[in-house]
Write a new protein. Structure first.
Length: 79
């Protein structure tokens, strides 16, 4: 789905999605043959998580740390 659809489904504006990608909070989106960003359901899930964390007052640095833990499949459960 394109960035407009991703924004609508996640509740995160397209501008913020681009910003999160620019600062490395989310990985760069896949691109279509014509160069448009192409988002999948896992991307929407991550953006919703970020939106909820921001609503709860978490700063970007802490959200990044939480996402790093989530992405690390080899981490211990206690982490």
């Amino acid at each position: 789905m394109n960035i407009g659809d991703a924004a609508a489904r996640s509740g995160v504006s397209a501008k913020m999605i681009r910003y999160y990608e620019q600062i490395g909070l989310i990985p760069a989106a896949a691109r279509t043959a014509s160069g448009y960003r192409d988002y999948a359901d896992p991307d929407i899930h991550m953006l919703r998580f970020i939106a909820r964390a921001r609503d709860l007052g978490f700063p970007i640095a802490e959200i990044s740390a939480l996402l790093d833990l989530w992405r690390d499949k080899d981490r211990r459960s206690a982490d």
